[in-house]
Design a binder for this molecule. Sequence first.
Ligand SMILES: [Fe+2]
Length: 198
Amino acid sequence: MPLTVNEIARLLKVRGVSQYGREPVSQLEHALQCAHLAEQAGASTALTVAALLHDLGHLLAAERDNRADDDLSCDDLHQYIALPFLRGLLPDAVLEPIRLHVDAKRYLCHAEAGYWDNLSPASKRSLELQGGVFTAFEADQFLQLSFSNDALKLRRWDDLAKVPGLRTPPLAWYTDQLAQVALPDNQAVYQRLRMLLC
Ligand SMILES: [Fe+2]
């Protein structure tokens, strides 16, 4: 059963106070900056919501393991962790860029001269744990996937969304957009089931 919009908002608000890896912003600041960059670039509502939620897996993994989410000793596979919690609530146009945003980094390191050089030290470290730079074959396979283009856009906003103290619209602005792209039928069914089970 997927999370509800309210549960996602609570997770971002409560767990989001933690530091974003070893970057100089919190998880929530990073999520808001990423969504704000998407919005400024004229992204669809679905892609803006994907930008907001792309690292939700970090928060879920930290909640599950009861640990700080700046642990760089292993890959928490955060791009996959959030998917079962969101599937049924959100369309593929949100889920797929989230799923592919780590592969987008691996692709850009292969395809774009200087991209790797400009990654933060934490991003370079996590790249190694995530499988490293794509080979030419892997890069070609990646480009053939639906939503790889959206994942590449998301990746670039992800890289920029680390500015300490940057002002953005509040979380509520983006959770409204999240509610807009939530699949209405499923949302209603799950809400009713929850009421019956409580
Ligand atoms: Fe991120």
